[in-house]
Design a protein around this ligand. Structure first.
Ligand SMILES: [Zn+2]
Length: 176
């Protein structure tokens, strides 16, 4: 399953993508399935991914670069090689195919200052590294089963509770 994780960062050098990626890698490392399943165990993740735009309600469908000419019908909307109902089955007859999330153009808003993030942001998991590698989840694996933790998923409220009102959030899509 794909899950929405938010990672807190005190400081980030914006524009230096690699630094964000290294930071996320470190934050996620303790939960890799190779290390044994703790609260959760991922086998894949991506910054943004299918949770792209969570900070600002950006819709990846609104970015023209996330669409491509349908290769099944070469943009005509009609399958010439087989009979299908309602136009080409790759694009519902539109000739345009919405790309898979792995291929979407990066969205800058997936790394965002806390002050700009929408107030009601919720996530499945929140990692707060450098403060004891703190992890918050609505439910987690206790070694035998998933148990509810009582956290409501409200990211900004949790950070505020910990006195963190400045810094950044990074949206991550992980697979478990
Ligand atoms: Zn098509």
């Amino acid at each position: 399953m794909h899950m929405h994780c938010e990672i807190y960062a005190e400081k980030i050098e914006l524009g230096t993508t690699n630094i964000v990626e290294v930071y996320v890698e470190k934050a996620m490392a303790p939960y890799h399935y190779d290390k044994g399943k703790k609260a959760f165990a991922w086998d894949w993740y991506q910054i943004g991914g299918r949770y792209m735009g969570s900070h600002d309600d950006h819709n990846p469908r609104d970015n023209p670069n996330n669409h491509e000419t349908c290769w099944l019908c070469d943009g005509t909307g009609k399958r010439m090689d087989m009979v299908v109902e309602n136009g080409c089955n790759g694009c519902k007859g539109t000739g345009v195919h919405f790309k898979w999330s792995m291929e979407w153009e990066k969205h800058q808003g997936d790394v965002m200052k806390l002050s700009e993030v929408k107030k009601h942001l919720t996530a499945y998991a929140l990692i707060i590294p450098n403060f004891g590698q703190e992890l918050w989840m609505g439910e987690w694996w206790n070694g035998e089963q998933y148990v509810k933790t009582g956290w409501d998923g409200k990211v900004l409220d949790k950070l505020k509770e910990k006195g963190l009102t400045d810094g950044y959030l990074i949206t991550v899509d992980y697979h478990e």
